[in-house]
Design a protein around this ligand. Structure first.
Ligand code: G3H
Ligand code: ZN
Length: 286
């Protein structure tokens, strides 16, 4: 059934576990995320990013409608989340399109501007019952920013600044920069465990991990143990899909039916979803 990110994150926080949130681009991504979550009987968040909307000719509705329909029919709770939103026009489409939550991304702006834009977005979202996540301390690798930026100490989220940011903006959750970076194609990143401990102690809102595709399983488990309650994964699904399709087409040069290779691509994503959810540890009951 369709649920909300706020509900899933609250349950995960109470159980000291985390909910996995996967970015979807195609119908096959949506089907694979739900099939993978069902196979391990865990709730899941389906995320549509502003970049995915741009890819769909700037339209939210094709993915939103498919995601709502799939969520309603799923045997596990599925939440719909709008991810990395910079455009106010897109933010304003969230409630009518069936999204219960948004991540508002003004982290590329200087602190005062990030805070002002995020506070305005949070006021707007809360007036409509939306749960809102924001980011402080840039997690690199988005939109041409070099991925390795996020591994530099300067790119980390400062706990004192984060406490003020959450209090002054009123957001429901915070994406923190603790060593991950977006769009990594190898699982070689590591989290700054000391910083995560300090952030967990400083903040009373749930903490969100972005760029999680770059973390090996033990680091994912450590992030959850350290207080991360929402784990965002995108690139890992694209790696799984693309590798499977590349191998299939190499082995079947005569193939032309798109269903043949989309099937192997979707199956590979389904297995990745199940494996990553398992890596986060047991889901809260119910
Ligand atoms: O918001 C989405 C995530 O941060 C995805 O990052 O593609 O590096 O896994 P990733
Ligand atoms: Zn992200």
């Amino acid at each position: 059934p369709l649920t909300t990110t706020g509900d899933l994150v609250t349950r995960a926080a109470a159980a000291r576990s985390a909910v996995a949130a996967f970015n979807v681009i195609t119908l096959e991504h949506i089907e694979a995320v739900i099939a993978g979550a069902e196979s391990v009987n865990a709730p899941v968040v389906l995320q549509v990013s502003e970049n995915a909307v741009k890819f769909r000719y700037g339209r939210l509705h094709p993915l939103a409608r498919a995601a709502v329909t799939a969520a309603e029919r799923a045997t596990v709770p599925v939440a719909l989340h709008l991810d990395h939103v910079k455009s106010d026009a897109l933010l304003r489409q969230a409630p009518d399109a069936g999204f219960g939550s948004v991540m508002y991304d003004a982290a590329g702006l200087p602190y005062a501007e990030n805070l002002a834009a995020t506070r305005a977005a949070a006021d707007w979202a809360h007036a409509r019952g939306l749960w809102i996540e924001a980011e402080l301390g840039q997690i690199g690798g988005k939109d041409g920013r070099p991925p390795l930026d996020a591994h530099a100490p300067g790119a980390r989220t400062d706990p004192d600044q984060a406490r003020a940011f959450v209090a002054d903006s009123g957001v429901d959750a915070l994406a923190v920069a603790i060593g991950t970076s977006h769009a990594m194609t190898s699982r070689t990143a590591a989290i700054d465990r000391t910083l995560l401990e300090r952030l967990s102690a400083a903040l009373d809102v749930p903490l969100v991990l972005h760029g999680s595709s770059g973390l090996p399983d033990p680091e994912l488990a450590a992030a959850v143990a350290g207080g991360i309650t929402k784990v965002n994964v995108g690139t890992a699904l694209n790696i799984a899909m693309t590798r499977a399709i590349r191998e299939y087409l190499a082995a079947h040069p005569e193939a032309v039916d798109s269903r043949s290779y989309l099937t192997v691509g979707r199956d590979a994503m389904t297995r990745t979803v199940a494996a990553l959810i398992r890596a986060l540890g047991p889901a809260p009951a119910g």
